[in-house]
Design a protein around this ligand. Sequence first.
Ligand code: NAD
Length: 357
Amino acid sequence: MKSSPIKILVTGGYGFIGSAVIRRLIGSSDYSVINLDKLTYAGNLDSLQDISNNQRYSDARVDICDSQALSLIFEKFQPTHIMHLAAESHVDRSIDGPAEFIDTNIIGTFNLLEVARNYFNNLNTAEQKKFRFHHISTDEVYGDLEGTDDLFTEKTSYSPSSPYSASKAASDHLVRAWGRTYGLPIIITNCSNNYGPYHFPEKLIPHVILNAFQGKAIPIYGNGLQIRDWLYVEDHAKALIRVVIEGKTGETYNIGGHNEKTNLEVVELICSILEELAPNKPNGIDKYKDLITFVKDRPGHDKRYAIDASKIERELGWVPDETFDSGLRKTVKWYLDNSAWWERVLSGKYRLERLGG
Ligand code: NAD
């Protein structure tokens, strides 16, 4: 008997990681996808231009805090799988204004869980067996590994430091509780820092590439010795698709690339790649690395994150394809080749057009 088609409802699909997931789902599978996105400042229609006319793709401008709108979409689209990526995701913004992080990351996730639970309860047994609610989270929920050689495992207890990571931790707890209490077939993934194409230029790697390329100061928090464990976004997207289709219900999988680097090392490597790929520097700049400027550290800044990704490697056979060197080189090249994308982001035009302004 032919099995029914896979229909994936993705939230936050116009963001950095969501758009990578959708490009891959449409490009490399026969699944149907609906993308629910509120289109905040972080959502970008340009990031899905290449697949926007595909017949298996549709979108809806929806706030996950709006239960009624969510219910209507569930009813109409009849998803077999949910991939929940919508979130407020920038730590600095969470420090300046935590309210939106509480609304979207906690209340929004609660709404989505309730709508999914109601929908799930009305499915037949075969449909229930297939249904998955995949919540996409971060390694920042585990807190700081400063002064140890430890790695975050799926059993590490939560100890978030910022309003962002606290709101993501709260959402993870809700998802687990809905699995345990209501029998919703949930899966959670916690991933380390991502980098790659289509990354909003407020985040470290695209910010550094574009500032350096434009001859502007490259700001580094504190002494730049904070360690992050970097993963190329395409590798994350592949892992997420593997998990939502093949992962075991009720499980958590940590995802990471075994690429522990200090922020300073990352910035210096970007500068040396730029020396090679963009040797014609703006006037008055001798070396890109001369633009490095140390600025006051972020409050509550965690010193070290590092992921033990052995469970997903062992149980689902996922390993990253890119090394940090190869992924970073691809990323720098993408920003150099795609100035139309980031110039529209920096000018704010991608928002004005969308808002009809
Ligand atoms: P992003 O900020 O680039 O994109 C978030 C998307 O969610 C945007 O398209 C935005 O418009 C949408 N959105 C925000 N609020 C919404 C709401 N109320 N309703 C509907 N849509 C809304 O984020 P990202 O970097 O792509 O991260 C995606 C997910 O992955 C997040 O849950 C984040 O916590 C998690 N994560 C990110 C990283 C990373 O390094 N970027 C690492 C691990 C986990």
